[in-house]
Design a protein around this ligand. Structure first.
Ligand code: NAD
Length: 452
């Protein structure tokens, strides 16, 4: 469905549990041969895949925008930035899976080899399908696994385009098999005899998947949501910090796992900051996501409009001050006005539950200690950011903040060179970075003794 219009783009049949089982069986047979394929050949296939995406960038961006409403410039940005992620994996995979001799003395050698996990189920999200998908299926394939890839039902056309590109690049169809459908198809996949399941999505679904996978003790990795805080200290350039954090909160219409979800501002600059923040958000162009000028499009899922309305109603009832927006826009499609609340409080749903839309709360704090206490007042732990000119002050605060990523004078950012990981309700395990390649292999310990 096109969220900008509410119109159906295409009807697709979901895979039945039997169809899923058939794909898993074929993948199991094909995986051993893929693992034996020389690494250079697997790398070549991924390099060709990267080239196909680059060549078709404009069409692929338009497809993504049409099915989940991401503004077209942001869809192109995702595809552009994907190239350096793919390059990171291509450049580092050899080192990640190379045999290691860790001890050599007299007749003894101790050696570690890294072997593929085998069959990897990848259940994915719609908000950055190229990024979050590639974090899993690219290193999985490079290290010799077969992948059953279930794109989100809100980004299926993109998932199928990814699949076509992978097959055209030389990855055998059975080694990278798409599973089409929603929660039912995902459930059917997790019931299969997989070796690992890598999931990107909400805490609620992630928990269900971990529970379903538990009896078989397969490896489970979860990249989940966040309620990511940013603290703006009293020594910043107020307008610059307001612009940067507004972008971090509203990019991709607020639908990023690492979007800024809570803003705490030192009382000395609070009023000026809120005015500058509201001015920045007022400057965002809301409109047709296919339009080059648009910065905020519709939200991807119609049902989510109600979640946003409930957070607005709760914030108002608990005394927050509405500075901008606050309701659906009166136009076709799933549009919500960019919304800013000042005087937010920790008890408000807006400051506790993942918002995942164009809506933000700002709270005044009296000092760094109060800011840190509030930043940590959450079940989530994906990212945390501090804006200040003073690096030791930022490092001290961020050392006390419990999150997988720590940002000084930046936010809403992911690097392929760094591990991407969430704490508590934000997930389990690591993608990206060197550890994100190792996540797809299992070590094997070799005890080797020369005969006398
Ligand atoms: P979701 O949990 O609704 O769905 C994710 C996927 O799970 C979809 O493919 C869906 O079809 C499937 N699914 C649903 N129920 C299932 C079940 N019972 N068994 C198996 N599969 C099932 O999440 P979403 O709306 O697609 O994504 C938004 C969420 O993802 C947000 O919470 C966001 O923060 C999070 N996210 C996290 C990261 C990260 O890197 N940490 C990245 C992107 C998105």
């Amino acid at each position: 469905m096109n969220p900008a219009t509410g119109e159906t783009l295409r009807d697709l049949a979901a895979d039945s549990p039997d169809a899923v089982a058939g794909k898993v069986e074929k993948a199991r047979r094909a995986q051993a041969e893929w693992a034996r394929t020389p690494l250079d050949q697997r790398r070549k296939a991924i390099a060709v895949f990267a080239g196909i995406l680059e060549k078709n960038k404009d069409d692929l961006a338009a497809r993504l925008t049409s099915e989940m409403g991401k503004p077209i410039t942001q869809s192109r940005n995702e595809l552009t930035a994907l190239q350096s992620r793919l390059r990171f994996f291509l450049d580092n995979v050899e080192k990640a899976i190379a045999e290691e001799v860790v001890h050599e003395k007299e007749a003894w050698r101790e050696v570690i080899t890294y072997e593929p996990l085998g069959l990897v189920g990848n259940i994915s999200a719609w908000n950055y399908p190229y990024f979050v998908g590639s974090n899993v299926f690219v290193p999985a394939l490079l290290t010799g696994n077969a992948v059953l890839y279930k794109p989100s039902e809100f980004a299926t056309l993109t998932g199928l385009a990814i699949t076509d590109a992978m097959h055209a690049a030389g990855v055998p169809a059975a080694v990278f098999a798409p599973v089409v459908g929603g929660g039912e198809a995902g459930r059917a996949l997790v019931e299969q005899p997989l070796d690992a399941v890598f999931f990107t999505g909400s805490y609620a679904t992630g928990r269900q998947i971990a529970e379903a996978a538990a009896p078989r003790l397969m490896k489970v990795q979860l990249e989940l949501g966040g309620k990511d805080p940013v603290y703006v200290a009293d020594d910043v350039d107020v307008v610059a910090a307001a612009k940067a954090t507004a972008d971090g909160a509203f990019y991709n219409t607020g639908q990023s796992c690492c979007a800024v979800e809570r803003v705490y501002v030192h009382e000395r600059i609070h009023d000026a900051f809120v005015d500058a923040f509201v001015a920045a958000v007022e400057g965002f162009v809301v409109g047709d996501p296919m339009d080059e000028e648009t910065y905020i499009g519709p939200v991807a899922r119609e049902a989510h409009l109600r979640v946003l309305e409930e957070q607005v109603a709760d914030a108002k009832a608990r005394g927050a001050r509405l500075r901008l927006g606050g309701e659906r826009l009166d136009r076709p499609g799933f549009y919500f006005a960019p919304t800013v609340f000042a005087d937010a409080r920790p008890t408000m749903a807006l400051m506790r539950d993942e918002t995942f839309g164009p809506l933000i709360g700002i709270q005044k704090v009296k000092d760094d200690e109060e800011a840190l206490r509030l930043m940590n007042d959450t079940e989530y732990g994906l990212t945390a950011g501090v804006y200040t000119r003073d690096e030791p002050r930022a490092r001290r605060l961020l050392a006390g903040a419990s999150s997988g990523s720590a940002y000084w004078n930046c936010c809403d950012r992911v690097s392929p060179r760094l591990p991407w990981t969430g704490r508590r309700h934000s997930g389990l395990g690591v993608t990206l970075g060197f550890a994100g390649l190792r996540a797809f292999v299992q070590p094997r310990a070799w005890h080797l003794r020369q005969p006398k």
